[in-house]
Design a protein around this ligand. Structure first.
Ligand SMILES: C[S@@+](CC[C@H](N)C(=O)[O-])C[C@H]1O[C@@H](n2cnc3c(N)ncnc32)[C@H](O)[C@@H]1O
Length: 202
């Protein structure tokens, strides 16, 4: 069911969905491993799709925590609402470009961990920077963000395909960036585990 909903979403808007299939359980667990979720009070997911990573986040988070979930696609949000009845999940059907105002108006100033599946390679450098400029003030000291990128690392720019590594962008905002390749995913993906600075300067 999730696969069918995901494929329909990808056919409808490939640039935003930025994938041909939901993340595998192997990729989902690699995205969670660096996040210290058992101690988290507020976690944030960016780009939930049909919930492949959302389910694992909910399984790992404490009973008293909150999971803030951004998803821009209305069909995916309808699917997520049906699939997850967990009161810890706050689904935000909005563009992460408005992340700061969406979090503030719900009363959130900080998050402890972030799992992002956004197709950053399909965005311009300006859009990527805008997202991180808005996100960084919410990260607690040493909070960890995970982000994946398919190993082929392609980006559409001026109507052409070219290789892109997210590392230079992530290095600009985070104190340390570690990578791990997950081969058991379609396609294989690189997970970046990024530690926020001790004193947030952005
Ligand atoms: C590569 S898919 C990942 C879906 C899911 N997390 C997974 O791993 O299977 C990226 C998701 O991010 C969502 N997305 C892309 N740009 C977004 C934006 N600017 N704001 C909110 N969600 C966005 C897409 O609709 C899509 O569901």
């Amino acid at each position: 069911m999730s696969f069918r909903v995901f494929a329909a979403g990808a056919l409808n808007d490939f640039y935003t969905t930025a994938a041909i299939a939901p993340s595998s359980p192997h990729l989902a667990s690699a995205m969670l491993a660096p996040l210290h979720l058992s101690r988290a009070r507020v976690a944030l997911e960016l780009g939930a799709g049909t919930g492949a990573i959302t389910q694992c986040l909910l399984d790992a988070l404490p009973a008293s925590s909150t999971l803030l979930v951004f998803e821009i696609n209305r069909r995916f949000c309808t699917h997520l609402r049906r699939k997850f009845k967990d009161p810890r999940m706050v689904l935000i059907n909005a563009n992460v470009a408005n992340l700061d105002s969406e979090l503030h108006r719900r009363g959130y100033d900080h998050v402890d961990a972030v799992a992002s599946s956004l197709g950053l390679g399909f965005m311009s450098e300006t859009q990527r920077n805008e997202i991180f400029e808005r996100l960084m003030p919410f990260l607690r000291e040493n909070a960890v963000l995970t982000q994946y990128q398919y190993v082929h690392g392609m980006q559409f720019a001026n109507g052409r395909l070219r290789r892109l590594s997210l590392r230079p962008t992530l290095n600009r905002y985070f104190d340390s960036v570690e990578t791990k390749i997950i081969w058991r995913n379609l396609p294989p993906a690189c997970v970046f585990a990024c530690r926020a600075p001790s004193i947030t300067t952005h």
